[in-house]
Ligand binder design. Sequence first.
Ligand SMILES: CC(C)(COP(=O)(O)OP(=O)(O)OC[C@H]1O[C@@H](n2cnc3c(N)ncnc32)[C@H](O)[C@@H]1OP(=O)(O)O)[C@@H](O)C(=O)NCCC(=O)NCCS
Length: 137
Amino acid sequence: MSALLIASITELCQADHQGQPEALGRWLANKTPDGVRGFFANPDNRLFVAEADGEMAAVGGCNTAREIILNYVAPAHRFSGASTALLAAMEAALGPGEATLSSTLTALRFYLRRGWSESGALERYAGMIAYPMRKQL
Ligand SMILES: CC(C)(COP(=O)(O)OP(=O)(O)OC[C@H]1O[C@@H](n2cnc3c(N)ncnc32)[C@H](O)[C@@H]1OP(=O)(O)O)[C@@H](O)C(=O)NCCC(=O)NCCS
């Protein structure tokens, strides 16, 4: 899961981090194996993987605050429907009610097309911009 998260951010989210070491360093800091153990250790989190052809194709997560906290596809599985399936599974797990997430620029169009809307002021994060979004599930 750590390797997938690091590859997805490094290779697919160039529009966000633009290769800036400070941005990448902050973003990847909790995506190490220990960081992933930390996600699992928090009882408020629920983690998900999408599999394709016996490989891990995407990693996702949500929490009891009804926030999508992770949604990353392996570069080799991009545009194969993995994130669509993963997001649908997380939305179903959350159940009816409002859910929130903080989108990358990379994924903004993906979320807009899946019924999410922008919800307030942009957030600055290590020189990048995050897009707060919400959806009534
Ligand atoms: C954009 C992204 C989230 C889509 O995930 P995916 O598994 O490749 O997507 P799927 O195959 O399930 O769906 C394809 C969707 O990607 C989006 N898409 C297509 N081409 C795209 C492109 N060149 N750039 C960005 N998004 C594109 C579209 O929304 C498309 O579906 P639609 O045409 O029905 O709207 C993924 O490719 C990605 O770049 N992830 C990087 C990590 C990230 O930013 N995660 C979100 C953290 S909040």
